[in-house]
Ligand binder design. Structure first.
Ligand code: GTP
Ligand code: MG
Length: 201
């Protein structure tokens, strides 16, 4: 799929104020600083469509982007960032979970994982919650460029084994780098195919 247009629509914490659920939607979620906003820019070939930062906790709202005038990408705040006050973190968690449960046009959640790190409980617990609530998801590993081939192979194998402790089968996995654009074609192909399954409710 070629990206012909990408525009920011709206930011909010209230699903009633999100754009009408008339087009297929994909949400990016994961720990703070994992590279959600960077991946949105990489996929859409835009330098700063989504705001990125070296400091975790940059994205704090549900941000909708309209792509090719016929599907939505959603940038969400990261979870598991300790330096954000607990009350605020709980508030984010609440509206994110509400959004994920209620958004009728949500086709798939992209759970982003930094390929440099071992499996972490917040991520595996979150995937478990998605599974329990029958919310489709895939795993998108980020920052592949930061690892040598050997370490990359070892880390991805270790992560797969960790997932298989909780799940009978591996979910669909993507390996990406916002710096080298690795995985761009694969993710856009996936979205293109999934868009075809969208049924307007
Ligand atoms: P929050 O909005 O705070 O939750 O963070 P985020 O997940 O949106 O992360 P963001 O895209 O802002 O990226 C965080 C930092 O990681 C930035 O300094 C990015 O430049 C860097 N980064 C993101 N993706 C990659 C990647 O694939 N490779 C490398 N080398 N750096 C990356
Ligand atoms: Mg962000």
């Amino acid at each position: 799929m070629k990206i012909t247009s990408a525009e920011f629509l709206i930011s909010n914490t209230n699903i009633d104020k999100c754009p009408p659920p008339i087009m297929p939607e994909y949400a990016f979620i994961g720990r703070s600083n994992v590279g959600k906003s960077s991946l949105i820019n990489m996929l859409t070939d835009r330098v700063s469509l989504a705001k990125t930062s070296v400091k975790p906790g940059k994205t704090q709202l549900i941000n909708h982007f309209l792509i090719n005038k016929n599907w939505y990408l959603v940038d969400l705040p990261g979870y598991g960032y300790a330096e954000v006050p607990k009350v605020l973190r709980e508030q984010w968690e609440k509206f994110i979970r509400h959004y994920l449960l209620k958004r009728t046009n949500l086709m798939c959640v992209f759970v982003l994982i930094d390929i440099r790190h071992e499996a972490q409980k917040v991520d595996t617990e979150f995937m478990k919650w998605l599974g329990e609530n029958e919310i489709p998801f895939v795993i998108v590993f980020t920052k592949k460029d930061k690892l040598s081939k050997t370490v990359f192979a070892a880390n991805s194998e270790r992560y797969k084994q960790a997932i298989l402790k909780y799940w009978e089968e591996l979910p669909t996995l993507f390996f990406t780098s916002a710096t080298t654009k690795t995985g761009q074609i694969e993710l856009l192909d996936f979205i293109e195919n999934t868009n075809k399954l969208f049924v307007k409710k």
